[in-house]
Design a protein around this ligand. Structure first.
Ligand SMILES: C[S@@+](CC[C@H](N)C(=O)[O-])C[C@H]1O[C@@H](n2cnc3c(N)ncnc32)[C@H](O)[C@@H]1O
Length: 204
């Protein structure tokens, strides 16, 4: 007998396929974006940890042909068939990544998203800390490339360091909500921070 998680996982997998999305997690971003009304037509969006590109597809739908979407990942991403979805293959920790992103963006971004994940070891505490390290880097990048008033959506894994991390994010935004999308397995410790009203201060 399949578990509730397996049944739901299969359902969202099929839904993502039906919608033509490259990843099941595209549905997570869609749910968050619609609930919190994150995107507007014409916006500039930076996607950190973008491969294989499911979130990029959702972002392109939301900002339309007049917007600009920039995806960054260590892994190669098969290009999307749109001129306004640009890709950078690289490490978000690389010293020149901010310069590369700003050059492509031609200014500051309206929204930064991060679905960054380390290579999982299966040891929860270790994976939790590694993922928070990536999220800390994502916050540092976003505070350099995002305009005041902008929004950030960031995946984090819950665990012993979550509270400390949350406290480090909160002062940078007008509001920070914790959201668990329906397409996220109940057994997974992942949640998404929905951060709105960037105050415009650097976190580094
Ligand atoms: C869960 S996947 C992202 C899925 C994506 N949101 C989608 O819908 O297709 C996480 C990604 O983070 C990337 N990643 C991990 N560490 C990174 C780093 N230091 N710099 C850039 N990308 C990184 C991985 O290569 C992986 O592709």
């Amino acid at each position: 007998m399949p578990s509730k998680d397996q049944v739901l996982g299969d359902f969202y997998y099929r839904e993502a396929k039906r919608g033509g999305y490259r990843s099941r997690s595209a549905l997570k971003l869609k749910e968050i974006a619609e609930k919190y009304r994150i995107f507007r037509k014409g916006q500039v969006v930076i996607d950190l940890g973008a491969a294989p590109g499911g979130w990029l597809q959702v972002e392109r739908e939301m900002v339309g042909p007049e917007g600009l979407v920039i995806g960054v990942d260590l892994s190669p991403i098969t290009p999307l068939p749109f001129d306004n979805v640009r890709l950078i293959r690289g490490d978000i920790a690389a010293p020149d990544i901010i310069e590369q992103v700003c050059k492509l963006a031609g200014g500051k971004a309206d929204v930064v998203v991060s679905d960054l994940a380390p290579k999982f070891s299966g040891i929860h505490d270790l994976d939790h800390v590694r993922q928070l390290d990536l999220s800390t880097m994502a916050l540092a990048v976003s505070s350099r490339v995002m305009r005041a008033g902008g929004s950030m959506i960031m995946k984090v894994l819950m665990g012993s360091e979550f509270k400390r991390f949350f406290s480090s994010v909160e002062p940078h935004f007008g509001s920070v909500r914790i959201h668990k999308p329906k397409a996220s397995r109940e057994s997974s410790s992942e949640v998404y921070l929905v951060c709105m009203g960037f105050r415009g201060k650097s976190s580094s």
